[in-house]
Design a protein around this ligand. Structure first.
Ligand code: 5GP
Length: 123
């Protein structure tokens, strides 16, 4: 299990640095990605620090499931739910993870193409 260390996302949760927050509740926060890879690109994070997918514990089932419900709600609010979107979570170096606090990338507003793992679509 990785160390549960604070990252830039903890600072966003604590409002120590600004972000365009789209949704918040007791378990999760959704905010726009600072470097969008699609017309709509936001992140959904748990308030609990879980560094990577590998660190998701049995007790986190509700939290992780909730991230998807928040993703769908915000996608609906932003008008991309019906056309669809991609929801992905990167894990560790080979997955392209750069911030070690799990986050669902939600990308939409255009066809996202396939496969998702090309350089062009690196998310
Ligand atoms: P990862 O590469 O870990 O899957 O994704 C990290 C994401 O966080 C990247 O898409 C990056 O643009 C975004 N990000 C990194 N720092 C910040 C920040 O300070 N504010 C916001 N809004 N997004 C950030």
């Amino acid at each position: 299990m990785s160390e549960a260390q604070e990252t830039i996302f903890t600072k966003i949760i604590n409002r120590e640095i600004p972000a365009e927050v789209l949704y918040e509740d007791e378990l999760a926060l959704a905010f726009k990605d600072i470097n969008p890879q699609a017309p709509v690109h936001f992140l959904v994070i748990p308030k609990k620090i879980i560094p990577t997918i590998n660190d998701i514990a049995e007790e986190d089932r509700e939290i992780v499931g909730h991230l998807y419900r928040v993703a769908a709600k915000v996608a609906q609010d932003l008008g991309v739910a019906a056309d669809g979107y991609r929801a992905v979570m990167n894990c560790n170096e080979h997955g392209g993870q750069t911030v070690y606090h799990i986050h669902l990338h939600v990308l939409g507003g255009k066809p996202m193409g396939w496969p998702p793992y090309t350089e062009k679509l690196k998310v």
